[in-house]
Design a protein around this ligand. Structure first.
Ligand code: BTN
Length: 238
């Protein structure tokens, strides 16, 4: 990847999108701070200096239906990088990286990182694809929103360049071997086996999360049988 670095930017995803639309590929936009960081579901994303705010423009030559796999792969790559610096992160479906998400503790998990994948294209032709990664790295407690955690807090400051390098290497390896993504995701997940409530925007589905299946759907065992959820906001209940 070529890296384009900014001290401060609105959103690395917005800049990556401009590059992607222009036809650039294999480029990563990185910033120390974002002034208009965006999260999923139109939420804003706090991005003070010290985080890893990065957006990778990927090769879009894959069927649009496989794009959810890329999001899962990015989550796996972030967990790989966190574990490499000794932080036991886990994944909450579809794309949240958590710490301390232990079903037996009264305090739920805290969010360490999130992924925002964006694309444009039709069923069998993706014209561009980018993956935005926000990882709370060298950020002090006071600068974090409620419910968030940082690597600094977990084990001290990290070398952000090295952590990003691990993420990108792992992401490339996974994207080149898509058959391995779901298996890796399952291994890192703290969603599977849990009681969950998923808000799909149309309905709330409650039950036990039993699996993640191709290309990234959550299978929930409910009172009325198994439901396959393709997108939504998931809450771990216990
Ligand atoms: C989420 O969990 O809601 C996704 C958060 C994604 C945040 C990252 S930070 C880098 C990139 N630029 C953005 O504006 N958002 C993503």
């Amino acid at each position: 990847y070529t890296v384009e670095y900014h001290d401060s930017i609105g959103s690395t995803n917005d800049r990556a999108r401009e590059l992607a639309v222009d036809g650039d590929r294999d480029i990563v936009v990185v910033a120390d701070e974002q002034t208009g960081g965006r999260g999923r579901l139109e939420r804003s994303w706090d991005s003070p200096p010290g985080g890893i705010w990065a957006s990778a423009v990927l090769d879009p030559s894959l069927p649009a239906a496989h794009v959810p796999l890329v999001t899962l792969a990015a989550g796996v790559a972030v967990v790989d990088a966190c574990r490499a610096v000794g932080v036991e992160a886990t994944l909450k479906w579809p794309n949240d990286v958590l710490v301390g998400d232990d079903p037996d503790s009264d305090r739920g998990g805290q969010k360490l990182a999130g992924i925002l994948t964006e694309m444009e294209g039709e069923a069998d032709r993706v014209s561009w694809l980018l993956v935005g990664i926000g990882l709370n790295a060298n950020i002090a407690r006071e600068a974090l929103p409620d419910g968030a955690a940082s690597l600094q807090e977990q084990g001290g400051d990290v070398d952000r360049r090295a952590v990003l390098q691990t993420i990108l290497e792992s992401l490339s390896t996974l994207v080149a071997a898509p058959d391995t993504i779901i298996e890796q995701w399952r291994a890192y997940s703290s969603t599977l086996g849990r009681a969950v409530r998923v808000d799909t925007g149309r309905e709330q589905i409650e039950g036990r999360a039993v699996d993640v299946q191709f290309p990234g759907a959550l299978v929930v065992d409910t009172d009325s049988g198994e439901e396959v959820v393709h997108a939504g906001d998931c809450e771990h209940l216990r």
